[in-house]
Design a protein around this ligand. Structure first.
Ligand SMILES: Cc1cc2nc3c(=O)[nH]c(=O)nc-3n(C[C@H](O)[C@H](O)[C@H](O)COP(=O)(O)O)c2cc1C
Length: 207
């Protein structure tokens, strides 16, 4: 089966729930990106959203390496990706790598929620990107040693995830069968009664 980018985008949208911001239902993670650059002004809007995420002690432990196609940073992030991710992420015009400082600035004590804060900021970025008509795909599949070496990431920073960002491409561009299949399959989530609890094993009452 072959579907267009437009058809797939429709199929990936989750059913809307009244009162919930549509952007949450519209974000999804494609592996095919269009051959279209993203302007610096548009990228700045995505990072602006990330900047305003909450963080423990307002530490803002996140730092983002930004690589646009053709840049040395792009090459370094791409080289740090796992093999599976390299297969598809090469089509993305922008690659980002998020890292977080694991010590608080005010007292040098360990910040156990540094990755949590980075994840929140990355989440804001992906949602802002969606609102701007962009697509994002986060990746845990990163060779951490390679990334640390190539990007000269200091010891006290933990590496989070890489993010491919760009405009959604045609699913048919994916020649890998598994990737193409996933690209055209509707998204699924656990039901609320499995993830919201009043006690362990007991769903919270939400209606
Ligand atoms: C932290 C994180 C790491 C991920 N790592 C990878 C990865 O290495 N490779 C990949 O193809 N997808 C990766 N994904 C994408 C997930 O598989 C995807 O978000 C999930 O299946 C839900 O689909 P959706 O984002 O379209 O809703 C990752 C997502 C997150 C949030």
């Amino acid at each position: 089966m072959s579907l267009s980018a437009h058809e797939v985008n429709h199929l990936k949208h989750a059913p809307e729930v009244e009162g919930v911001l549509p952007v949450f239902f519209h974000r999804w993670s494609p592996r095919s990106f269009a051959d279209r650059a993203v302007s610096p002004a548009t990228l700045a809007k995505c990072f602006e959203a990330a900047r305003w995420a909450a963080s423990s002690f307002n530490e803002q432990p996140w730092r983002f390496f930004l690589g646009t196609r053709g840049s040395a940073t792009y090459k370094k992030i791409f080289e740090s990706l796992g093999e599976f991710n390299q297969v598809w992420a090469a089509s993305a015009p922008v690659l980002i790598l998020g890292v977080a400082r694991t010590k608080f600035s005010h007292n040098d004590a360990p910040n156990r929620v540094a990755l949590y804060d980075l994840g929140a900021a990355a989440s804001y970025m992906t949602l802002q990107a969606t609102a701007l008509g962009l697509a994002t795909h986060q990746m845990a599949g990163v060779d951490l040693d390679k990334a640390r070496k190539l990007l000269e990431i200091p010891e006290e920073y933990i590496i989070g995830a890489a993010i491919a960002l760009g405009y959604q491409g045609e699913p048919t561009a994916l020649t890998n069968e598994q990737m193409h299949k996933q690209e055209i399959t509707p998204r699924q989530r656990k039901p609320l009664d499995e993830i919201v609890l009043s006690a362990w094993g007991e769903p919270a009452k939400l209606s």
